[in-house]
Design a protein around this ligand. Structure first.
Ligand SMILES: C[S@@+](CC[C@H](N)C(=O)[O-])C[C@H]1O[C@@H](n2cnc3c(N)ncnc32)[C@H](O)[C@@H]1O
Ligand SMILES: CC(C)=CCC/C(C)=C/COP(=O)(O)OP(=O)(O)O
Ligand SMILES: [Mg+2]
Length: 292
């Protein structure tokens, strides 16, 4: 654990942060309280910081003039975000209830809870944000699963997990904050041989050429650094992670964004996602890899 320097020169202790950048990211997520995340989480107590996939259920939404429409829209966006976690968890393969899973960049813990409910296993999460870790651990206590689901304030590039301890691990929209070679070296260390790694991420498309202005806008909005699809595959290959599936989820996430753009919970980043997905400069992908 180190301290980081603010631009004012004040030394601030940020547990888990290994660099000034990570200190900024810790502060960003400590302060985050966007209604688009909290009101969706309030639907059923699963709090996500990722986006949705799947077709919109227009029958469930009903008439836009209906006074209950906005509530239904929030429930529908949330359903699509949980569907995204379901697809990630499905790609972890067969997990036994005695297994340990690692969620790298766990946010408020929605996917961790879903993983435990699905597999009955232990789930260990790390986040740079103490607020998020407290939130996730509080939810786990409320659900009575705190002996199986735990979040810690920790850098995902240097985790406290034992070598080979995890049957599977994942990054759900959290790999754009780190160097991919460093990230996959750590997953490769923590995973047992034969273990499974899954990421769902936004990446820029090498076929487009370079990051588009929309990708740059998303980077600035979230203070992150989106990698290219090529960089993911190369860094995995260099770290004994062999892709078993690469799924382009771009067509599946567009309905979520188009629906979200019509809601009262817009944050201003919706057009950058829609435009970059539609012009082919950006892709939403799932990569599942075997640790060999
Ligand atoms: C967009 S949120 C995704 C949260 C969660 N995976 C989800 O799907 O709800 C990004 C997360 O990555 C975490 N993160 C970013 N850099 C990190 C690092 N170096 N170590 C640990 N967590 C990190 C943030 O703290 C935050 O929890
Ligand atoms: C696909 C890419 C590039 C994602 C960037 C990472 C990120 C910040 C995800 C969403 O978090 P959130 O749920 O907190 O965002 P929002 O408030 O927009 O819903
Ligand atoms: Mg969100």
């Amino acid at each position: 654990m180190t301290s980081t320097e603010l631009s004012t020169g004040t030394s601030v202790f940020i547990p888990g942060a290994a660099s000034p950048y990570q200190g900024d990211i810790a502060r960003y997520w400590d302060q985050e309280a966007r209604p688009v995340n909290l009101r969706l989480g309030d639907v059923d107590g699963l709090y996500h910081h990722h986006y949705g996939i799947g077709d919109v259920d227009h029958a469930a939404l009903g008439d836009t003039a209906d006074s209950a429409y906005e509530k239904k829209l929030i429930a529908e966006l949330h359903r699509l975000e949980s569907a995204q976690s379901d697809v990630l968890l499905h790609n972890l393969g067969a997990i036994k209830n005695g297994d340990t899973l690692v969620d790298a960049g766990c946010g408020r813990g929605g996917s961790m809870v879903m993983a435990h409910q699905r597999f009955g296993c232990r789930v260990e999460g790390v986040t740079l944000s103490a607020k998020q870790a407290d939130f996730a651990n509080h939810r786990a206590r409320e659900l009575g699963i705190e002996d199986h689901v735990r979040a810690r304030v920790c850098n995902m590039l240097a985790t406290p997990f034992e070598t080979g301890q995890a049957a599977a691990s994942w990054n759900n929209e959290s790999s754009m904050y780190v160097d991919l070679h460093d990230l996959f070296a750590e997953h490769s260390r923590v995973l047992g041989v034969g273990g499974r790694y899954v990421t769902i991420t936004g990446c820029w498309n090498p076929r487009y050429g370079q990051p588009s202005k929309w990708v740059s806008q998303i980077n600035a909005h979230f203070e992150c650094n989106i990698h290219s699809r090529r960089e993911y595959l190369r860094a995995m290959a260099d770290n004994r992670l062999v892709p078993q599936a690469v799924i382009d989820l771009t067509p599946a996430t567009l309905p979520y964004w188009k629906l979200r753009a019509t809601s009262s919970l817009v944050t201003g980043i919706e057009d950058a996602f829609i435009n970059s997905y539609e012009d082919g400069s950006f892709q939403y992908v799932l990569i599942a890899a075997d640790r060999v």
